[in-house]
Design a protein around this ligand. Sequence first.
Ligand code: PLP
Length: 452
Amino acid sequence: MKTIIEPFKIKVVEAIRMTTREQREDILSKARFNPFNIHARDVLIDLLTDSGTGSMSNLQWAGIMKGDESYAGADSFYRFQDSVRKLTGFEHILPTHQGRASERILFELVGGPGKIIPNNNHFDTTRANVEHSGAEAIDLVIAEASKPGLIHPFKGNMDVPRLEALIKEKGRDRIPLVMVTITNNSGGGQPVSLENLRAVRAVCDKYEIPFFLDACRFAENAWFIKQREPGQANRSVRDIVREIFELADGATISAKKDGLVNIGGVLLLRDKNLAERADALLILTEGYVTYGGLAGRDLEAMAQGFEEVVEEDYLAYRIRSTEYLGEKLKAIGYQIIEPPGGHAIYIDAGHCCPQIPPSHYPGQALVCGLYRTGGVRTCEIGSVMFGNNGKAPDLELVRLAVPRRVYTQSHIDYVIESAAELFGQRDGMVGLRMTNSPPFLRHFTATFEELS
Ligand SMILES: Cc1ncc(COP(=O)(O)O)c(C=O)c1O
């Protein structure tokens, strides 16, 4: 069959509150043209993020009831540990409340002034944790990643010759680990090939540097490997996932993505000594080692989520849904980052509204337009997010992130219809003026007024 259906039935529903365009005009203006300020109940389709916004399965909810809330040695912890060990093969498995908590512990241990952390692209919390430790974060993604229209099967790959040149230039002693983010969120949700991961591992072996993964979307990345990498089509996703983790000495994971939970994270380590030091930091700020800042029920939900996320029917549906959205937006005339990533589609707002200069935030104008037209909430990744140093970023993007197992195809068709209507009105779209610009992470709280 050509039709890929949502591989689940819906047992519990949550109402979406319908709004009219007039109501949305009012809501948007009261939110001062920043959809982060909009109350979620006023959003019809929420594509702000795929992080922690997914739906849990009946078995995960059953796990919630089974949660053992003992302070130490809870059954739920051992179930979580077994599930993660079966998936990754790691010996030391630390639960944390979310990805950035794992990052904070890791970089407090290995970072520090004078140190350098290479990555394909650091996610913003990863970069912030590296820099907070005093270390320098360096992005070494392949050059193809910066060409939005270019089709490449693994645009998240690390530039291995540049990695080796960096190690030679700076010296291996300054590089406590090399990290690769799968899939590469900051680079458009693009995957990394197994061949590339093996090549990074080989360089790390040559210079005796540990190799770590930022593995939030490990299953989506493994699915792309199965689909696109020569020789991988007949392997199971679980087998590919296992090989990916076996290549690494450690990993940070936000389980809010491929853990299929609303809260949770993991820190994986192979080195016993490092794991003991990480345990000490975990106890200091997260909680005891068998719950790490989570409730027993959260560990149960994660244990089950890590089983479900490698189911191939789920992944076929997941990746196809995102691709479907991308294909349709392209057919309307939007330029998107190609090929479609695993968890999100990124529209090039600069291409859509060339009449709006970066200083008037074309991405934010498009974000506001999508909300006004269809109540669809998206996120600007352009001059609002990155322009506070006075320099416009290379691209003015709008991200449509798809939550896991939340929306059906007709919801996505509705998003496409809203986007089509807006595209027809793009010549009349106007830019914005920022009326309040906080010094850090300003996209969350900045306010705007529309230029007439
Ligand atoms: C690649 C990547 N790393 C780390 C994180 C941080 O995870 P969390 O939001 O759970 O702290 C995210 C979250 O979006 C991410 O996409």
